[in-house]
Design a protein around this ligand. Structure first.
Ligand SMILES: NC(=O)c1ccc[n+]([C@@H]2O[C@H](COP(=O)([O-])OP(=O)(O)OC[C@H]3O[C@@H](n4cnc5c(N)ncnc54)[C@H](OP(=O)(O)O)[C@@H]3O)[C@@H](O)[C@H]2O)c1
Length: 161
């Protein structure tokens, strides 16, 4: 099974603010949907809550918390990243969908990162972790803003040596 990280980041690697996504970029949501549909998506408890505690359709949601009493409907609840990875069955690509804490722990286990770079500065309080030189950019496609998507952005894929 391959482990992939998927994230959308603004300038200076900003991910979110006040446990919410900052921007609305339909093209990125569509990209996320196309990649993750039919797969397992692994997330931290805060990201689960930021998504309104709702499992996304046609995906298996796995939520990580240290709280043994935590309840979440429609997902597999686990207590470590390793437990999350062990819960993935019959899937050639499992996606780690955030947030910052979980990305940091998953980076050494992942073989691919799908990063949407939004070319705009936003105020935020959560940041995508720095990553090392072992990661190289395999694909980089630029898109200009349009009526629906208010910011220029790039869809990037990173792989590791
Ligand atoms: N732009 C993007 O692509 C994107 C994607 C995802 C999220 N986000 C943003 O990122 C922010 C949330 O990220 P975050 O870093 O604050 O939180 P997070 O990574 O989503 O969740 C952190 C929580 O995960 C649990 N956890 C972490 N490591 C664990 C471990 N080793 N074992 C067991 N449980 C563990 C803990 O839950 P308990 O406290 O319950 O124990 C911890 O509080 C939000 O603003 C969200 O909107 C952005």
């Amino acid at each position: 099974m391959n482990i992939s990280i998927i994230a959308a980041i603004g300038e200076k690697n900003v991910l979110g603010k006040d446990n919410k996504m900052i921007w609305h970029l339909p093209a990125d949501l569509q990209h996320f949907k196309e990649l993750t549909t039919g797969h397992h998506i692994i997330m931290g408890r805060k990201t689960w809550e930021s998504m309104g505690k709702k499992a996304l359709p046609n995906r298996v949601s796995i939520v990580i918390t240290r709280d043994k009493n935590y309840k979440a409907e429609g997902c597999i609840l686990v207590h470590s990243l390793d437990e999350a990875l062990a819960a993935v069955k019959n899937d050639e690509e499992a996606f780690v969908i955030g947030g910052a804490e979980i990305y940091k722990q998953a980076m050494s286990k992942a073989s691919k990162m799908y990063i949407t770079r939004i070319h705009q500065s936003f105020e935020g309080d959560t940041f995508f972790p720095e990553f090392g030189k072992e990661w190289f950019e395999a694909i980089y496609n630029d898109f200009e803003k349009d009526e629906k998507n208010k910011y220029d952005f790039s869809l990037c894929e990173y792989e590791r040596d």
